[in-house]
Design a binder for this molecule. Structure first.
Ligand SMILES: Cc1ncc(COP(=O)(O)O)c(C=O)c1O
Length: 431
């Protein structure tokens, strides 16, 4: 038989990790899983009630999503982020991943990806037959690409015979939780406009920002060339419901994209699940209770994540400064020699294995996000350290209402983060 498979695409790194975590737990170890980024707070009661009410809704809905939902999303983004959008430029899909894929598949040109960045863009580019040029970033700029990094990437891509047409920006970022400062976004969008790049701006963490850098949507600076994606997965902890949105650029380009992306949706996943779309109408209704709930969950993500960052910072571990989401991205390069000599650790994958075997902390290596192995970087996700059951999540949200200072709040409600930080202290002092 003819060889019928294409070259392999990357498999999710978390599968192997989960297996090892399970093994260690079965051996009786207290393992902290910091390898997966999933917000775990309970479903908000109003959203849940609506979902239940529509559980019997079983007909296919329109490919681009319910009109009422698209209208609510447009208004929500207008009020929250001052975006110039309307119902004709909103598409709803089965998670923002499908929207990102539809956008990637629809657009012409090769892809510029900041490094480090979320795993799936690279795979989606590959699936869409596009070449990728990485834009290396540095801790100095909190792992956001500078205008010089973008210019250098454009040059490198063209020198390699590519035709760069798409830039992906993720703010707040994964694996770094960095928020792009507004003036940086402005400068990057100026270049994108000049070079006629389309920006895919993945803003799935936009409603989970807590830091001092204010979140501004890329579309604010470049409305005619930016596709914004978002959804319910992070700020309302609804990853498993698979509801994502895309807000398309202004002008004819947006209209064209709407038709084309809807055609991709129609050919591949048809529409998002009906009961979820009805519940999403409520989630995007600007209900003050739901908004306050998302704000509380966000503040708690911020407490845990900044506590981890502050601990690592005090230990001298260079790390990304989180401003939204639940990640910290440290580098253990200052201990390169000690790690190699004492523990035979030379790459970030070996470091992740060492941390899991010796300290029972599961993480993902920076190489999974496009970083170099010798950078000795890791992605630490805090989201599986708390609210792992609805009762725990509810207790945490109730405790937040007592207005305790961060560290006291965490001592009361999140012993896991204190234990994790203790293990990192042990690790660093062992070097
Ligand atoms: C940066 C980033 N974009 C997109 C997604 C996917 O989100 P969704 O659940 O909306 O498909 C994730 C999920 O982890 C993410 O981290």
């Amino acid at each position: 038989m003819r060889k019928i498979l294409k070259p392999p695409i990357k498999m999710s790194a978390t599968m192997a990790l989960n297996t090892r975590v399970t093994e260690l737990r079965e051996e009786g170890h207290q393992v902290y899983h910091m390898g997966f980024g999933e917000a775990k707070f309970p479903v908000h009661p109003k959203v849940l009630a609506d979902f239940k009410e529509h559980a019997a809704a079983r007909s296919y809905l329109p490919v681009a999503g319910l009109t009422q939902l698209r209208r609510n999303v447009a208004q929500y983004y207008h009020r929250r982020f001052n975006l110039d959008t309307d119902v004709r430029r909103v598409i709803v899909g089965s998670g923002s991943k499908t929207m990102l894929y539809a956008a990637m598949h629809t657009l012409e040109g090769d892809v510029l990806l900041p490094s480090p960045t979320w795993v799936s863009y690279d795979t989606q580019a590959q699936l869409s037959g596009k070449a990728v040029t990485w834009l290396p970033t540095s801790l100095e700029n909190n792992y956001c690409p500078t205008p010089d990094d973008l210019e250098a990437g454009l040059k490198a891509a063209r020198a390699a015979g590519q035709s760069p047409g798409i830039l992906v920006i993720t703010s707040p970022g994964n694996p770094t939780s960095s928020v792009y400062p507004p003036e940086l976004l402005k400068a990057l969008t100026d270049i994108a406009r000049r070079e006629e790049l389309v920006i895919i701006s993945d803003e799935i963490y936009a409603l989970t920002t807590y830091g001092d850098v204010p979140f501004v949507s890329t579309a604010h600076y470049y409305p005619e060339g930016t596709i914004v994606t978002g959804g319910l997965s992070k700020h309302l902890s609804l990853g498993g419901w698979r509801l994502g949105v895309a807000l398309l650029p202004t002008g004819d380009f947006g209209e064209y994209l709407y038709q084309y992306m809807a055609a991709v949706a129609g050919a591949v996943w048809t529409t998002a699940a009906a009961p979820v779309q009805y519940a999403a109408v409520v989630a995007y209704s600007d209900d003050p209770d739901i908004d306050a709930y998302a704000a509380t969950c966000t503040a708690i993500h911020g407490y845990v994540t900044t506590y981890l960052y502050d601990t690592l910072h005090a230990l001298g571990v260079p790390s990304s400064k989180p401003g939204g989401g639940f990640y910290v991205y440290p580098s253990f390069a200052p201990w390169r020699e000690s790690l190699a000599q004492k523990h035979n650790v030379r790459t970030s994958q070996e470091l992740a294995n060492f941390l899991l075997d010796e300290f029972h902390i599961a993480t993902l290596p920076g190489t999974d996000f496009g970083a170099k192995p010798e950078d000795l970087t890791l992605r630490l996700s805090t989201s599986y350290l708390y609210a792992m059951t609805d009762a725990e999540g509810e207790a945490m949200v109730a405790a937040y209402g007592q207005n305790l200072p961060r560290d006291e709040f965490l001592q009361q409600t999140c012993p896991a983060i204190l234990d994790v930080c203790g293990r990192f202290k042990e690790l660093v002092t062992s070097f």
